[in-house]
Design a protein around this ligand. Structure first.
Ligand SMILES: [Zn+2]
Length: 485
């Protein structure tokens, strides 16, 4: 729904330049003020649910933040930039206010450290991430009206003096990332309308449990027994895909041991192993269809591909073009009287057919056929996440030497999830204390003296400065307290 609204408003523009100049003249302030006002009431809900020492767990608060605050920041946010920096700062301030409520951190805690502690990226990076993902959705359909508008805007940004000293819009930055990529696969309309309805609802025969799982010992021997018992007369086909490193091509292979037939393909490094797996399954089916090979059983180690083929594709997440083509090919085979079964077997368990297919898939990363050598928007969309972490990590490595130094030494990398997501039985008071200790902004005598709340930084025991180390390991007062207990 988000996408539709934004597209409609952008498509109505005669000149995309108008949109950004209009926004710049007002600085985007009225809209951002409106968002701030809207978010304010959601923040009050968060404040009512927990304080520093009481209330709901930071995990619940973070989920609540995502749902009732971040969603307001996110909606159409990448269209806001470029606009007045001051206006965007308001949003940043609101974000840090929310993160402080989530963690129970002190007001003085450095924002960059707070964001890392909550695994919540800065808003400008999130805007770029959402823009990247949105553009990938748009790219899927070659006739999408936004693409033409973006082409015009991109030319304006490149050629007009107006943009020389300005940061280009987020969507243009997303578009620039797609240069130098191999051809992108597009369809004329939503892929679901390109496939026969009967094929879409066709339920192929899929075996997700052949009696062998990841823990089976002597998997190859047991697999051969199952083959001779159940499918001795059938033609066995093995498929697999492989990616050796992040920069390597994806290879996929179809291996028919009986005829010693091998089909192999390669996809560009931007492709995922999932694409490789589904291409191999599709090619195996097409081979059986072309040669009218009745009674074929296709073994794959990709559970997610089989589950996706099984699902009805009316949810956008499952209507990936090649999966739909696979469904279509299966339906065609069924109507032509060709019996086909897709079966799952565990990978890397020593099953010889699967191991051979894996070996050929590894070779295919180099010498596979180029007939599927293109990027799929579905994969490009998943690349947005590693990209946001890469830019955030770059930012964090620079900023942690200036701000949040103490925390930066404790947490040099950005975690994918906050640590308190795994500690859900701890109460809010304990998590707040731990987070404050980690951030280095905790009510020790030294810290309170720094804020001029206390006159001196001496600990109450009078021995030395009241640092965290002193209180934990050397403070006489605490030691006496422990011994009297
Ligand atoms: Zn002391």
């Amino acid at each position: 729904m988000n996408g539709l609204k934004i597209t409609a408003s952008l498509s109505q523009l005669i000149n995309p330049m108008q949109f950004y100049s209009m926004q710049n003249s007002q600085g985007g302030l009225p809209h951002l003020n409106y968002i701030c006002k809207k978010v304010e009431s959601s923040i009050n809900i968060m404040r009512a649910l927990s304080g520093v020492r009481w209330g709901s767990h930071p995990y619940s608060q973070k989920i609540l933040y995502n749902a009732i605050v971040r969603s307001h920041f996110d909606y159409g946010c990448f269209l806001l930039e470029p606009c007045q920096k001051l206006a965007l700062c308001k949003l940043d301030k609101l974000q840090s206010r929310c993160l402080r409520i989530v963690t129970g951190a002190r007001k003085s805690s450095p924002i960059n450290a707070l964001q890392v502690e909550c695994a919540e990226p800065p808003l400008h990076l999130r805007r770029q991430y959402l823009s990247d993902r949105y553009l990938c959705n748009v790219l899927q359909i070659s006739t999408h009206p936004l693409l033409e508008k973006l082409r015009i805007l991109s030319e304006l940004v490149r050629n007009s003096a107006y943009w020389n000293h300005k940061v280009p819009p987020a969507l243009i930055k997303s578009l620039n990332k797609l240069f130098n990529l191999p051809t992108i696969h597009q369809t004329g309309k939503n892929p679901i309308f390109e496939i026969n309805y009967k094929s879409l609802i066709y339920q192929p025969k899929i075996l997700l449990n052949t009696g062998i799982d990841g823990n089976t010992t002597n998997a190859n021997e047991k697999f051969n027994n199952i083959l001779t018992q159940n499918w001795n007369e059938w033609l066995h086909i093995f498929t697999d895909a492989s990616k050796l490193s992040d920069d390597s091509n994806v290879g996929s292979a179809v291996w028919i041991p009986k005829y010693k037939i091998l089909l192999n393909f390669k996809c560009p490094p931007q492709a995922s192993v999932y694409i490789g797996e589904i291409i191999a399954i599709l090619e195996a089916i097409l081979y059986a269809e072309y040669h009218k090979l009745n009674k074929c059983i296709i073994f794959t180690d990709s559970l997610s591909c089989l589950q996706d083929i099984q699902k009805l594709p009316f949810h956008s997440r499952y209507n990936f073009y090649i999966t739909l083509q696979t469904k279509d090919a299966l339906a065609r085979c069924a109507s032509a009287g060709i019996e086909l079964i897709l079966a799952w077997i565990p990978g890397h368990r020593g099953i010889i057919g699967n191991e051979t297919a894996d070996l050929f898939a590894k070779e295919a990363t180099q010498n596979g056929s180029l007939s599927y050598y293109r990027c799929y928007p579905r994969d490009l969309r998943t690349l947005a996440r590693p990209q946001i972490y890469k830019s955030w990590d770059f930012l964090w490595q620079q900023s942690r030497t200036v701000k949040g130094i103490y925390y930066g030494n404790l947490q040099p990398d950005i975690p994918r999830k906050p640590w308190f997501f795994r500690q859900r039985n701890m109460n809010k008071f304990i998590t707040s204390i731990i987070i404050r200790l980690r951030l280095g902004h905790v009510n020790t005598p030294v810290f309170l003296a720094k804020l001029r709340i206390r006159d001196n930084s001496l600990c109450e025991c009078g021995l030395e400065d009241g640092t965290v180390e002193h209180i934990f390991f050397r403070c006489l007062n605490i030691q006496n307290l422990n011994s009297t207990r």
